[in-house]
Design a protein around this ligand. Structure first.
Ligand code: KG4
Ligand code: ZN
Length: 339
């Protein structure tokens, strides 16, 4: 079948704890409907079983809203896209099964999307970096530096060997008694604090590799020792602790990003993923850009954290490249870029 050059695609994201749907037409994102799952807050982290159940409850509502607000009927769709991975198996299954059902009912092709590639391609929703560029993708599950040569040609050139930076934010917040997800709260308190108050030791990693498990343990001991001296240490110093920790984590990221820019000679630098919403990272990146003459790209907030608009953007380019998948496609929880 000859495919149109100006496709209309419905995209579904369900890899973790946001159920999201978006319609894209001729490469222009028409909407980005997101249902977040508050159910996890009281558990201090995402509970996979609860996440898949919440996706099942939300998915039809979210898809209907996306179709209605885009003013699109099912028979106007040229394809349906979904996140194949990485993510939680149960959560991914809900999106994949829903997409299969709709594709069958409407007799339209399916497009599988890699969630991490989509975080990078979120940059094409509004701004347009030129190739090649570097993207630091920082989320709750990943910390990667990606060399992006083209829409569908990208390579991870550095990544964490253990925890993700978002996980370090969330776990540190939990240690201070803050609810999940703690990253945005640390960011909020950090803006009121002095980042030079406390110092943490650096974990030295070779090349473009990251490690965040060391700082997690160091932070645990730091709190334990300070609390021995003063039970109210956290309450009395919350802003300064958050500011100091945030600066430490941001500097770990920027150090490697600078090295990657130096090694590749690339000065078009993007950030993506939930932690790209962090004000400390945004400010320091802007500062570094001035010093090193980088051109930087920071997505709008709604396109940093998990969303279907980025899946739709990735699907658009896959559609144009004729990359469709078959009905027997299954989710891959540890899907890698290029995998
Ligand atoms: O990309 P994302 O929505 O989901 C994953 O694919 O993981 O990223 C979620 C992560 C969480 O760890 C959350 O705490 C972190 O992004 N995050 C932040 C901020 N906003 C979200 N971390 C630091 N500062 C923020 N403002
Ligand atoms: Zn994500």
């Amino acid at each position: 079948m000859v495919q149109p050059l100006h496709p209309t695609i419905l995209a579904i994201e369900s890899s973790c704890d946001e159920t999201s749907a978006s319609v894209i037409r001729s490469g222009k994102v028409l909407n980005n409907v997101i249902a977040s799952q508050a159910i996890h807050h009281k558990h201090g982290g995402v509970v996979p079983e609860l996440a898949s159940r919440a996706h099942q409850q939300n998915i039809l509502l979210v898809v209907n809203e996306a179709m209605q607000t885009a003013d699109i009927k099912g028979n106007e769709l040229n394809a349906i896209a979904f996140t194949r991975g990485p993510g939680l198996m149960g959560s991914l299954l809900v999106g994949v099964s829903f997409a299969k059902g709709m594709a069958l009912a409407l007799s339209i092709p399916m497009i599988e999307v890699n969630h991490m590639e989509a975080h990078v391609l979120a940059h094409f929703i509004n701004e347009r970096p030129t190739f090649p560029f570097l993207c630091l993708t920082v989320s709750g599950g990943h910390t990667q530096i990606v060399l992006v040569k083209d829409y569908l040609d990208m390579h991870v050139i550095g990544e964490t060997q253990d925890d993700a930076v978002g996980e370090a934010f969330d776990k540190a917040a939990k240690m201070m008694g803050l609810p999940y997800p703690g990253g945005p709260l640390i960011d909020k308190f950090a803006q009121l604090g002095n980042a030079s108050t406390f110092k943490f030791s650096q974990t030295v990693m070779p090349g473009l590799e990251f490690s965040f498990s060391g700082i997690k343990t160091a932070f645990l001991y730091f709190l334990r020792d300070r609390k021995k001296e003063n039970e109210k240490f956290v309450e009395e110093n919350l802003n300064d602790i958050c500011a100091s920790l945030q600066r430490h984590l941001v500097q770990m990221l920027l150090q490697k990003l600078k090295l990657a820019a130096q090694q590749t000679g690339i000065r078009e630098i993007a950030i993506a993923g939930g932690v790209a919403a962090n004000s400390g990272l945004r400010n320091e990146l802007a500062q570094t850009a001035k010093e090193l003459n980088w051109k930087i790209f920071i997505p709008e907030f709604q396109y940093c954290t998990d969303n279907a608009a980025m899946i739709a953007m990735a699907a658009h380019y896959k559609f144009l490249a004729g990359k469709f998948c078959s009905m027997d496609v299954a989710p891959i929880p540890n899907l890698a870029i290029g995998g």
